[in-house]
Design a protein around this ligand. Structure first.
Ligand SMILES: [Mn+2]
Length: 393
């Protein structure tokens, strides 16, 4: 099969890495520290730059305002640090879920004072985004209630809608607001933005530069995620993704580690939309994973590699033949066209693309040979002696 015409598509396929994916993170029961895990924003950007240098696929880094920006460090300084490591700042993620004042919620809190505090923090985040040249404001709210009767659901909806609308007004013209949804956790009775319908309505209420963010781990087990993706695309309401995988709930496992066919089916719907319309809206492909046990950088390289593979497989679907099979109600052929693409080994094609771009054909092996991990571990042990002791690397 001639596939070289697909190589430019890979040039355009970019994935954003999260700064927090390089830091020590864990479950709510605890976290296991790694000596090589990044602590400062500079270390996180260095790691992200290293992954980008090896893969050529991750030019931007998503940042978390409370975790990555200190009051004494101007935002522009973070942008220039990113540049130093060969990357740029991507999505800005405000944090209105960890401070004590948000015990009863942030923008859905019944206290106007707390709602204003949350809005102020997000307005600050928008300003940071402007200062670092970011195009994306990525919003996730932990707001919700744990018990029936705890709060007035409609009042909360209206508070959220009003807040998002004000935030949208404050965004510069180049910025897109992403509204993420999640069915449960930390709220266990009614999360305020629990599904894509609620996110869609709130995004519409916020304004035309607000879109829905699909986190692949934020669905109930039986949800057909690719169908949501197709509908959002057709409504011009899909903004991007948080990529991860799961077996049970929001496990934040490595993309494609449990169900690669799921991610393939999502890419298939995206490519199908492109085939039908001849265009695609800008989509933010972002990783949102927590590598509690895997070495962080290895996990990121593995993620990028599998994302590229699954994307290429979706590109390989023979859409003309598929259309003809669908016309004839030939279910078996239709399904097999998808399966044939999914089963195709695209690794030689990917290696060819890397070679043509002066990238290592096997980025994981190149990383292991580079000695980066051991060097980072030694340095970071010295820089952060109070971090605690994991005997990794
Ligand atoms: Mn997410």
């Amino acid at each position: 099969m001639k596939t070289d015409h697909l190589l430019p598509l890979l040039d355009a396929f970019k994935i954003e890495l999260p700064s927090w994916g390089f830091a020590d993170t864990g479950t709510r029961f605890g976290k296991f520290l790694q000596d090589a895990a990044a602590v400062t924003i500079e270390e996180k950007l260095a790691d992200a730059g290293h992954v980008h240098a090896l893969t050529g696929c991750c030019p931007t880094v998503a940042v978390h305002v409370l975790w990555d920006f200190r009051k004494d460090q101007p935002a522009e300084k973070v942008a220039s640090l990113a540049k130093k490591y060969g990357v740029a700042i991507g999505a800005i993620n405000p944090n209105v879920f960890q401070d004590q004042q948000y015990k009863w919620g942030s923008i859905a809190n019944r206290s106007e004072k707390i709602r204003e505090m949350a809005i102020d923090h997000i307005l600050d985040s928008i300003r940071i985004g402007q200062a670092v040249g970011s195009d994306w404001l990525s919003l996730w709210f932990a707001d919700g209630i744990n018990y029936p009767g705890q709060s007035d659901i409609i009042a909360r909806k209206k508070w959220m809608a009003a807040a998002l609308n004000r935030l949208h007004e404050a965004m510069p013209a180049n910025m897109t607001m992403l509204v993420e949804y999640k069915p449960f956790e930390p709220a266990f009775y009614a999360t305020d933005i629990a599904d894509w319908g609620m996110a869609l309505l709130l995004a519409r209420f916020a304004g035309e530069r607000a879109k829905v963010l699909v986190d692949t781990g934020h669905h109930y087990q039986a949800t057909n995620i690719e169908q949501i993706v197709a509908w959002l695309l057709d409504e011009n309401m899909l903004g991007g993704f948080h990529f991860n995988d799961r077996k049970y709930a929001d496990d934040d496992l490595t993309l494609g580690s449990i169900d690669p066919y799921q991610i393939f089916r999502i890419f298939h719907e995206i490519e199908n939309y492109r085939f039908r319309t001849g265009h695609l809206p800008p989509l933010a492909y972002m990783v949102d994973q927590s590598h509690n046990l895997k070495p962080k950088i290895e996990a990121m390289i593995q993620t990028v590699d599998i994302a590229q593979q699954l994307y290429l497989k979706a590109v390989l679907v023979d859409r003309k033949r598929l259309g003809a099979a669908q016309e004839g109600e030939d279910l078996v052929t239709s399904e097999n066209i998808l399966r044939d693409a999914f089963m195709t080994d695209v690794r030689p094609l990917l290696a060819r693309w890397r070679k043509g771009r002066q990238l290592p054909e096997d980025p994981l092996a190149a990383h292991r040979q580079s000695g980066y991990e051991a060097k980072a571990a030694a340095q970071r042990r010295r820089n952060h002696p109070d971090k605690g002791g994991a005997a990794y690397a």
